[in-house]
Design a protein around this ligand. Sequence first.
Ligand code: DX5
Length: 226
Amino acid sequence: MTGEIHISPSILAADPLHLGDAVAAVRDAGVTRLQVDVMDGRFVPNITYGPAVVKAIKEASGLMVEAHLMIVEPERYVPVFAEAGADVIIVHQEVSPHLYRTLQHIRDQGKRSGVAINPGTPAFMLDDVLGLADLVLVMTVNPGFGGQQFIPEMLAKVRTVRDMVDRRGLAAELEVDGGIDEETAPEVTAAGATVLVAGTAVYDNPSGVSAAVTSLRRAALSGTNV
Ligand code: DX5
């Protein structure tokens, strides 16, 4: 396994009336990146943010911004989110019939390419595009909403993807998203995840964002010592 462990807060769980404060809070807590969950109400039953929010967050924070496109026809919006300042553009395998070309296109835009797979999508669907992905996102909940329960069956998939990446000698990051908290964080890092997306565990912690990030990072690192 390569690469250090990163926490990537999801602003989906933040107060929508105070996104600027929410972004500043995680930046001040020492994270280097965050994830913007873009949803279109078609690929997932929820509607969230557009490129203007990505642009504002990037300009205000300077953090690495991951645009997680939970939308149909994501290839149409790669240039739009690239222009908005996203550093990583993540598309879903399930809605990308030309996934090979789309990942190439993201890289051609000078951005890091990401591919996400839902709980029902097997890891082998990535076999022929793994070399084009700078990041693989294994969804550990059904996409669309924060605050859901972690799906433990996804741990086997995380291990499978970790093995696929390492056997090929690739540097792709292995990200997980959904139900990541102090309990599941060590489980996913022990399985080989290196980037943990967390919304509820970061923004709904009564001890505050900074303490939440610290304890989540500690829990995640404890999984790498097994
Ligand atoms: C699902 C979303 C969530 C969110 C994080 O589409 O992508 O997974 O980012 O959710 P929680 O609150 O479980 O960390």
